[in-house]
Ligand binder design. Sequence first.
Ligand code: SF4
Length: 401
Amino acid sequence: MPIGGGAPVAVQTMTKTETADLPATMAQVRRVAEAGADIVRVAVPREKDAEALKTIVAQSPIPIIADIHFNHTLAIKALRAGAHCVRLNPGNIGGPDKVAEVIAVASELGTPLRVGVNSGSLPAHLRQLEYDNPVEALVTAAVETVELMERLDFDNFKVSMKSTSVPNTIASNRLLAQRIPYPLHLGVTEAGTKWSGSLKSAVGLGTLLADGIGDTIRISLSTFHAEEEVKVAWEILKALKLRERGPVLIACPTCGRLQFDMDSVVAEVERRLEAYEDPIEVSVLGCAVNGIGEARHADFGITGAKDAGMIYSKGEPLRKVRTEELVDVLFEEIDKYYERGKVVEFDKTAAAEAAEWLAANEDATAMTPERLAALEKAAALDEAQSPVAGRRFKRPPDIAA
Ligand code: SF4
């Protein structure tokens, strides 16, 4: 799995099982691989975990990283067991001599390492700096780690700098990316629950990835289901159009114009789309008042009303359907599209009936959320192009306070 050097950003996660529990660990490794993990990390805190690595490495469909803290002997055992990479923080492994011993084995075997620092365990000499400037302290610790690797003549590594703070994660990685030429592993450590952790990670990692920083990512969520971390990572990469995997679902936020149970329809569409691997784009609109609106580019879409709805493709009406059949007919059309080799066939009569339904339900004058957003966007553009753009005006004195 190439990391850095322009390779696609790799998705990784970490198993939550006791590593030596082979059936449980292997089941989770397979589940995360199926969900799209490129690499998986396993904790190796005991001898028996290092021992189990041999089997895990042999049976895993994706590369295995051994996660080691404090114990350089375990790091060496993990390398000898065939781990595809070993993660360690040189700062907590017992001094430069012990790091050198690990590096010697990694060099001999040609195995990469992930080296890094965590905000919670910076070296003692950086404590004051950590207090005064936590970002600079993190970056200094990471640069010192890189210098140690270079002194040991080792360059087969990626670097990580973990913080629980989103702003510090962003600022420190931006700084580190300017200072070192090595691949970066990104993550917001102990991000939280599925809900808050996903958002924190999306903001922190998304900002960096949008800047072109980051070569591999892990979303840390408080859940025993590691595949959830993988799904979130993929959503971030897909949202930034950095990688494609599986369908993209677009759904309107709904509003008072909604006349059918869109919550269940979207959930059902999302569930059934999981069976498809192609990056097909499917849209669900809660009503037809906007016409097909911003879902015009979707490969397929549905828009519904109380009794009937419409299936469309690439902005063109395809069929009018009873509301309760919308999802089934949508998937019938998607399946036919693949059977024909990704070709959409429009039946003239059905398309005309759908177009007629659309015309009857469309309302070009309604102020929908989408139209308001479009107006605001156009106004912002006008303002930016205005000759007084960027000028600041004084408030009238009566409201200046
Ligand atoms: S107006 Fe827009 S947000 Fe409201 S239901 Fe229709 S498509 Fe959805």
